[in-house]
Write a protein that binds this ligand. Structure first.
Ligand SMILES: [Zn+2]
Length: 383
């Protein structure tokens, strides 16, 4: 598939104009996803991967339509085609959906299921959208007044339909592209990346959160099951992040983690640690979507002012590929993401996050760091 050349003078739309436009209506059946009964074993080591009960693309479209119709607070659902991005569908031609809600001056970017076989990002974000669209309590009201949310529950609809991590190029190569390694210089191989990157340059968010799954994991030192790992794709204190924006993101991302860790530690069913790879490596990849956001990537001349924003990600334990999703724990798996988002967003809005001690990031359970997993291999911790 070819990407046409953009006019350098092409006028960019504002996030506010996008949020106000794009009426959405579609006739679709109601999604039948009944909440599962919470199980004491969480995450389950005997989980069955019943993909039949996992939200699919048609369910997503139906749920978004329902959220828009039942919203009390101006939730808008639209496609990137309606938003006006030059590339606006997935490789296989599916519309890419965004929901916006809130009237605050700062934009917040929430995305899920960039890896198609990591399902609960979508379901967690739909649950958050429901609260943002209908909940009149002070916390949710504050969030709508402080922020305008741009929510992408299913970044990778093709991979979601196939229950695979990647999207598959439709140029004849059938090459599989990891969309979370595709925002980089010389990258943007898949059209989803072009589409959502351009939308990001329209939104210029203040911060972002990305929701993933990982395999089953034990806490370093205790051996306890980990249900949620807190991640930053450019490691704080690592080879890259301290040099970005004068170190501001190196501080704020750690404060975000500390705040989420403290608040969710009160929930007995959640056991958190820091996201690491290979047992003891911090991740430091530049081509991840939220990494490119922090680096202020200017692709195709669409970000000439070099907008950047801090970002963190969550990893729910259990995945469909390993057969360890733990279907019985579905309710808790989703609930921990919703709670994490609610606490993070509220803490950002009230300024509590910005008051946290970033040094306490060291207190979040993790293995002693031996190095950094970068795009070009491993850098020892004593780089
Ligand atoms: Zn993932």
């Amino acid at each position: 598939m070819t990407i046409s050349t953009r006019s350098p003078n092409r006028r960019r739309r504002t996030a506010a104009a996008l949020a106000a436009g794009a009426a959405f209506a579609i006739a679709a059946p109601l999604a039948a996803t009944a909440p599962a009964v919470a199980d004491a074993n969480f995450p389950s080591t005997e989980g069955e991967t019943s993909t039949a009960s996992i939200l699919d693309y048609a369910d997503l479209v139906a749920e978004l339509d329902k959220l828009e119709r039942t919203s009390r607070f101006g939730l808008d659902v639209f496609t990137l085609a309606e938003a006006g991005t030059e590339v606006s569908t997935s490789e296989q031609g599916r519309d890419l959906y965004v929901a916006t809600v809130g009237e605050g001056p700062e934009a917040v970017w929430l995305q899920g299921r960039i890896h198609g076989n990591e399902p609960y990002g979508a379901e967690s974000l739909l649950a958050v959208l429901k609260e943002l669209g209908t909940n009149g309590s002070p916390d949710w009201t504050l969030l709508r007044e402080t922020y305008t949310f741009h929510v992408i529950p299913m970044y990778n609809p093709d991979g979601s339909e196939l229950n695979i991590r990647h999207t598959i190029l439709q140029d004849g190569s059938e090459k599989r592209i990891d969309l979370n390694r595709d925002w980089g210089v010389g990258k943007f191989e898949a059209v989803e990346s072009e589409a959502f990157y351009e939308y990001w340059t329209m939104v210029d968010p203040a911060f972002a959160v990305d929701i993933h799954h990982q395999g089953l994991k034990r806490e370093y030192g205790t051996g306890d099951d980990v249900t949620l790992s807190l991640g930053i794709s450019l490691a704080p204190g690592g080879p890259t992040l301290p040099g970005v924006e004068g170190g501001a993101y190196d501080v704020l991302t750690r404060q975000m983690h500390v705040h989420v860790y403290d608040e969710l530690a009160k929930a007995g069913y959640v056991n958190m640690d820091r996201y690491q790879v290979g047992g003891s490596l911090e991740i430091d990849i530049k081509g991840g979507v939220v990494s490119a956001m922090m680096l202020g990537l200017d692709h195709d001349g669409l970000n000439p002012e070099g907008h950047s924003n801090p970002a963190i990600f969550f990893e729910t334990s259990g995945n469909t590929s390993d057969g360890s999703l733990g279907q019985k724990a579905r309710g808790k798996s989703i609930k921990q993401n919703v709670l994490a988002l609610q606490e993070l967003l509220t803490g950002m809005a009230t300024g509590e996050v910005q008051q946290e001690d970033p040094a306490r990031w060291e207190e979040i359970p993790h293995a002693p760091v031996t190095g950094y997993q970068t795009d070009d291999g491993i850098i020892p911790a004593s780089f």
